[in-house]
Design a protein around this ligand. Structure first.
Ligand SMILES: CC(C)(COP(=O)(O)OP(=O)(O)OC[C@H]1O[C@@H](n2cnc3c(N)ncnc32)[C@H](O)[C@@H]1OP(=O)(O)O)[C@@H](O)C(=O)NCCC(=O)NCCS
Length: 203
């Protein structure tokens, strides 16, 4: 097994696989409720964005784990807007649902106001997931370290991640990796999340 090099060698079937893994592993997250079409487009946009990194691990041709991170969502949203017709089709059911629509707006507002982890860094881990059968093998640790190395090479001294209270495996994993909780934030009304900071290089 080896980590893939920086994206753009990925194709739409890879993005669809990432979407499937995201929605089955991070099923309690709001993004999963926006559907596979949207998630697939989101990972395509992350891969196309020069400020972001998408690192995945394949075994026998199938994705078994991935990590995505970058410096803010603005440039990713721009990449999504370039794909507007596909974006509208993917989001069409959610746009007709007032509850989901208001959560999308909350998400956009949060991305705009989110405080960077230091005055010089906006680096953030967006998502990490490993399929059930590949867990407990150190793969998540390898992916996390690989993202940390990319950020460090980019000149970052730290990165952050926002973790919903209900994602207990994720809290355990980030604590084990040495990330430090430093703030409580609310991405969606009435739902609390912890903001973690990981200093670089990772010890
Ligand atoms: C969070 C998540 C990615 C962590 O995956 P994981 O498989 O538990 O984590 P690791 O690959 O680092 O596994 C580490 C475990 O494997 C064991 N291990 C076995 N071989 C190992 C090796 N060669 N190197 C390191 N660890 C190894 C370790 O002892 C460790 O066990 P511990 O946690 O009891 O200390 C996974 O639980 C997941 O996909 N969760 C759902 C998605 C999610 O919540 N994502 C975060 C929100 S974006």
């Amino acid at each position: 097994m080896s980590l893939s090099e920086r994206g753009r060698v990925l194709d739409r079937s890879d993005y669809a696989e990432l979407a499937r893994i995201h929605s089955s592993c991070i099923d309690l997250g709001f993004l999963s409720s926006l559907g596979h079409g949207f998630l697939s487009l989101l990972y395509e946009a992350i891969d196309a964005d020069d400020n972001s990194h998408l690192i995945l691990e394949k075994k026998e041709g199938s994705v078994i784990g991935f990590v995505a991170g970058g410096r803010g969502m603005k440039s990713i949203y721009r990449k999504l807007l370039i794909r507007l017709p596909r974006l509208l089709i993917a989001l069409f059911p959610a746009l007709l649902n007032p509850r989901k629509l208001s959560k999308i707006i909350e998400l956009l507002c949060f991305a705009k106001k989110q405080k960077p982890v230091s005055s010089s860094s906006e680096a953030e881990l967006f998502s990490i997931a490993v399929i059930d059968s590949a867990r407990g093998s150190g793969l998540a640790q390898k992916l996390y370290n690989a993202l940390g190395e990319r950020f460090f090479r980019d000149g970052e001294s730290a990165f952050c991640m926002v973790v919903g209270e209900n994602l207990s495996q994720a809290h355990r994993f980030y604590n084990k990796m040495g990330a430090v909780p430093f703030a409580q934030v609310s991405v969606h009304k009435g739902q609390s999340s912890t903001l973690y900071r990981q200093d670089l290089p990772i010890a």
